[in-house]
Design a protein around this ligand. Sequence first.
Ligand SMILES: Nc1ncnc2c1ncn2[C@@H]1O[C@H](COP(=O)(O)OP(=O)(O)OP(=O)(O)O)[C@@H](O)[C@H]1O
Ligand SMILES: [Mg+2]
Length: 307
Amino acid sequence: MIEEQNTSGKPTPQIWAIGGGKGGAGKSVVSTILAFWLARMGKRTVLVDLDLGGANQHTLLGIKNPLKTLNDFITRKFATLEDICIDTEAQNLRLISGASDVLSLANPHFSQKVKLINHFSRIDADYVMLDLGAGTSFNVLDFFLAANKKIVVLTPEPTSIQNAYIFIRNAVYRRLSRLSSKTPSLQALIKTAMDPKNVLKIRTVKELLQFIEESGGKDVMEVLKKEIDNIRLTVITNMTRNNKEKNAGRIVQTVAEKYLTIQSTDLGSVSYDKQINAMVSDMVPLINLDQSSHAFADFYEIASKLL
Ligand SMILES: Nc1ncnc2c1ncn2[C@@H]1O[C@H](COP(=O)(O)OP(=O)(O)OP(=O)(O)O)[C@@H](O)[C@H]1O
Ligand SMILES: [Mg+2]
């Protein structure tokens, strides 16, 4: 859907989404600092706070009370997303602040999300970075799946690894379920497969595909498989404290490939950095941090890899 051309004739920005399931893995930090580096590399970047439950990007960027938020666009106070972009202290970096009043976006219909995504692709920028909220609600998954680059953030903690896997799993099922929206029997089967205790004993996406093939649906299976192949994820391990912890992302990649048949690229890791923690807990704006730290160098490397 993002590939749709905008009508202004301007090039469409690349949309990157940062998700990952578990709260506190560092999605907001990762999206902010990656956006910051892209901007520093001369790319016109817009960071969008899509954490509809707890918008906080503005504080990371040292903006106390954003005068315009996504809500003003949703309630049609402003006609375009361009109108609600706020300049930040960093050159080339603008922010669309999260909706403080989330009611209007609490339960959007799929078509409303598609509309919003189309508006993202009309922003006059090179990159649009979406910071998603925690969890695996359809809202989070749909924005994640619509992005050109889908970045999963996790930490080395076992629960975070597990959550990243569940996030990817739910994203795959969501994509398959949307794809089969016109085939109720297939959609019902996918829904059954998502229940970990289902009677068909389908435990993984791999087993689901096998089941469909063995039930005489080789063509359907191939369509679904192709769709999964197109998802293409990238993985970042955040807050690592030693070399061993840097492998967390690889673990997720391995299980995602084995059970969900999904391919991903490891973007590497970001070290734990006290001053990044202070950025959130003591509201020290990003611009005031020491950008020569290990973690900033890690982010720089990741941004370069992504470009
Ligand atoms: N590399 C890092 N080094 C040190 N602290 C970090 C790092 N990355 C994130 N943190 C800290 O972890 C906490 C969670 O970060 P952040 O708010 O970005 O997570 P999140 O995934 O966006 O959470 P939520 O799901 O609630 O939106 C914050 O206190 C932040 O400062
Ligand atoms: Mg966040």
